[in-house]
Design a protein around this ligand. Structure first.
Ligand code: C2E
Ligand code: MG
Ligand code: MG
Ligand code: MG
Length: 280
């Protein structure tokens, strides 16, 4: 009897696991093929403006990877980045994203940093710093033309190694930003250990900022923390005018979100970039 139940239990759970594993393998296989020929494989970048909260002036562009596979259709990065991290594909993917973002920034003659998301697994590779140097050089860019957005999920041991590596990039003028602050595993301790010069406040912190006095106090306190540590702040996920107004009142300087510009293909940003380039 017990054996039968055990068997049934296995039957009950196994298909779900199979589906998850199968999907993961399918994504991995297609992504591997896409990375052999990124353009024809449907990989491309969108860019989202980071703007001055008061003037609306462009202060940065974040590159966000997009993938439309021939068979799988559009797959969101939230879906395929973890697969890439689990399968060793994050290094070639990250290298492609960095190169493409730098190529586009150089083509635009962009005067504000292009921000590129990097996985902690990339930073932990021995050749990460050399790869960033080489990519900047390939496109004739200087350090300050680039911003790297880092997420936590680094083991403490790795954190010290990452900090040492990242300091080399900081010395070159590359901007370092701690992404998704205030969500998940982000901590003040990480903030103190990594040589970052910017903090990105996660969208979840500001959803209620227009109406909730408590949320206002939390965001205000985080802005004060950043000021105390001499860090720039970008607030992510600003969707409404009321949120923007509340953030401005709290002294927030840079915002990014659907309100001030959705992620868009580079062609859609040509006019904005040209307008900025012709300002004195
Ligand atoms: P992230 O770096 O925190 O990027 C912000 C995400 O929020 C993006 O989702 C963006 O499209 C979305 N977003 C921007 N403004 C708003 C808003 O006003 N409202 C809402 N609801 N969402 C907004 P996306 O492009 O789907 O990327 C998700 C995550 O995937 C990114 O979060 C980042 O962690 C990762 N990712 C994206 N591109 C890359 C990449 O090239 N390399 C690596 N390693 N990770 C990437
Ligand atoms: Mg980011
Ligand atoms: Mg974020
Ligand atoms: Mg995120």
């Amino acid at each position: 009897q017990a054996k039968r139940e055990g068997k049934n239990a296995v039957r009950f759970f196994a298909p779900t696991l199979d589906v998850a594993a199968h999907t993961q393998l399918r994504i991995e296989g297609h992504l591997r093929r896409a990375l052999d020929a990124p353009q024809t494989g449907g990989l491309h970048l969108h860019y989202q403006p980071q703007v001055d909260a008061r003037t609306g002036q462009l202060v940065g562009l974040e590159a966000l990877v997009r993938w439309t596979d021939q068979f799988l259709g559009a797959v969101s990065p939230a879906r395929f980045i973890p697969v890439a991290e689990d399968s060793g594909l994050i290094q070639p993917l990250g290298a492609w994203v960095l190169n493409e973002a730098c190529r586009q920034a150089a083509a635009w003659g962009l005067r504000v940093p292009v921000a590129v998301n990097v996985s902690p697994l990339e930073v932990s590779q021995d050749d990460f710093i050399a790869g960033v140097y080489a990519t900047l050089r390939r496109h004739g860019l200087s350090g300050p033309a680039l911003k790297l957005e880092l997420t936590e999920r680094l083991a403490v041991r790795d954190l010290h190694l990452a900090a040492r590596r990242l300091s080399q990039l900081r010395a070159l003028g590359v901007h370092l930003s701690l992404d998704d602050f205030g969500m998940g595993q982000s901590s003040v301790s990480t903030l103190l250990h990594l040589p970052v010069d910017e903090l990105k406040l996660d969208r979840s912190l500001i959803t209620g900022v227009a109406d909730s006095a408590l949320d206002q106090r939390v965001v205000g306190a985080l802005l004060a923390l950043a000021r105390g540590l001499q860090l720039r702040v970008v607030v992510e996920g600003v969707e409404t005018g009321a949120q923007l107004e509340a953030l401005r009142d709290l002294g927030c300087e840079v915002v990014q979100g659907y309100l001030t510009g959705r992620p868009a293909p580079p062609e859609a940003l040509n006019a904005l970039v040209q307008a900025m380039n012709t300002e004195i």
